[in-house]
Design a protein around this ligand. Structure first.
Ligand code: GH3
Ligand code: MG
Ligand code: MG
Length: 375
């Protein structure tokens, strides 16, 4: 939660803005607001007490640009524009006040802040280049002022001290920025890794690893969505449970690995057959699958489910212990057309009972498709 005080320099940037950009954004705001206010104060001071009009006028203009950009940044969050305006502003204002003041009242010490802003806002490389450009002008004028500034007290020793202080600040700021950049890069890398984990976890929590069908947990979620959609379109809505016949025998005869392969093939058939609703087939566990079907007539619901059974048969997976000699499935269905009660458990129970009936009727059959249930 952002409190009012910290929001002065930070206000709602995009949630996918990088940490490094957020830092820049905050520094730009600090520069714009603080220097905007300071400049305003200086321009008043210079007008009222010093009658140093050119400087005062310049300060007033700079103050206006700073404060205007500060307010605008809160609305449009344009880092590019903010960086450009604040950097140009710092560059020209500091330079102009440095040159115009001619060493008076030590106004020129403010130039020591240039690298702090230039580097933090524009990054290490660009910031250092800008600082060098800035300081070559500054040092030139400082050199030209030798023996003249400060009533002639400005000498070679003060010039050298001035240079070392500024370059010292530049160097320290550069090192700081490089450290920040390295740290933020590391953070961004970690964020990417976390993102990958989240995607993998999301998948793991909804998808069955063997068949890549959605799992039981996801059925609960999708049931609600599909139910609402069917209700909206006043369609026929079915939940079916599909259980492979004599699959224990299949495993015992052909081995567990062959069993897994068969499960994958069946899953692929389910996906293909139900393509129109590809995300509506699920592996419930073991050799049991489920599906959600939505269609405008009962006939279409039944056709769709019959196709599933027929396509499994068409695979012709050998199963010597089954009565047909191939792997088959039994399917129990619950169809509704009255949407006054939303009850997954009840639909599941009806479909499960139908499945039990299909098994007891000799397997390889569909039960419940012709009857419309009320919940
Ligand atoms: P029914 O026709 O009555 O459904 O008989 P069934 O043998 O299919 O039923 P049962 O529930 O007794 O057996 C299910 C078998 O499915 C037990 C187990 O060997 C097998 N099975 C369950 N999960 C897996 C799996 O992930 N891989 C493999 N290969 N087999 C599995
Ligand atoms: Mg079975
Ligand atoms: Mg079973």
């Amino acid at each position: 939660m952002i409190n009012k005080f910290s929001a002065i320099f930070y206000s709602g940037v995009d949630s996918n803005t990088s940490n490094n950009d957020i830092r820049k954004y905050v520094i730009i705001n600090i520069l714009l607001l603080v220097s905007g206010l300071l400049l305003f104060f200086f321009s008043l001071y210079n007008t009222l007490t010093k009658t140093h009009y050119p400087l005062a006028g310049m300060e007033f203009i700079a103050s206006f640009i700073n404060l205007y950009t500060y307010i605008e940044m809160k609305k449009i969050h344009s880092l590019k524009r903010g960086s450009l305006i604040s950097t140009l502003n710092a560059f020209f204002f500091l330079l102009a006040s440095f040159i115009l003041s001619q060493g008076a009242d030590l106004i020129f010490v403010w130039v020591i802040f240039f690298p702090v802003f230039a580097i933090f806002i524009n990054g290490a490389k660009k910031g250092v280049l800008l600082s060098f450009l800035f300081y070559s002008i500054v040092f030139y004028f400082a050199y030209m002022g030798l023996g003249k500034w400060m009533d002639g007290l400005w000498n070679m020793a003060s010039f050298m001290r001035f240079i070392s202080a500024n370059l010292g600040m530049l160097f320290v700021t550069y090192l700081l920025e490089r450290s920040f950049e390295a740290a933020y890069k590391e953070l961004a890398k970690n964020r990417d890794i976390e993102q990958e984990y989240i995607v993998a976890l999301e998948k793991a929590s909804t998808v069955d690893p063997l068949t890549e069908l959605y799992n039981r947990r996801h059925l609960d979620y999708l049931f609600n969505k599909r139910y609402d959609k069917a209700k909206e379109h006043n369609s026929y809505f079915a939940l079916f449970i599909l259980d492979l016949d004599k699959f224990k025998d299949y495993n015992d005869t052909y081995g567990h690995i062959a069993g897994d392969k068969a499960l994958k093939k069946i899953a692929d058939v389910l996906k293909q057959t139900m393509q129109r609703n590809a995300d509506s087939v699920f592996r419930m566990g073991g050799e049991e699958f489920a599906g959600l079907v939505m269609a405008e007539s009962l006939e279409k619901v039944c056709n769709s489910i019959s196709n599933v059974k027929a396509n499994i048969e068409a695979l012709s997976i050998e199963h010597v212990k089954s009565s047909k000699g191939i792997l088959t499935a039994s399917i129990g269905v619950c169809v509704i057309h009255d949407f006054s009660v939303k009850d997954f458990d009840k639909m599941y129970k009806i479909a499960d009972e139908a499945l039990y009936k299909a098994k007891s009727l000799g397997r390889n059959s569909i039960v419940g498709c012709e009857d419309i249930s009320t919940l």
